[in-house]
Unconditional design. Structure first.
Length: 77
């Protein structure tokens, strides 16, 4: 596998969906534990992950074909 392929996978893993899912799991674990210190740490980490995910775009914002408008409709000539 090329170095570029490895870099691409790393970027995909750290996307908004991944970070949001991890934050959700941490919140779930925080609710199930009886250790209040652990719960507080998990909630804090979940908040950090959520803060990282919030400014990220919801979907791929890569380049679009020149004959497609931003909403995905074909350009009318």
């Amino acid at each position: 596998m090329s170095r570029l392929g490895i870099l691409h996978r790393t970027i995909d893993v750290l996307g908004k969906t991944y970070l949001t899912r991890q934050a959700s799991l941490l919140m779930k674990y925080a609710r199930t534990t009886s250790d209040s210190d652990l719960s507080a740490k998990l909630i804090s980490k979940a908040a950090d992950l959520k803060a990282q995910a919030d400014p990220m775009p919801d979907r791929d914002q890569g380049p679009h074909a020149p004959d497609v408008t931003p909403d995905g409709d074909p350009v009318q000539s």
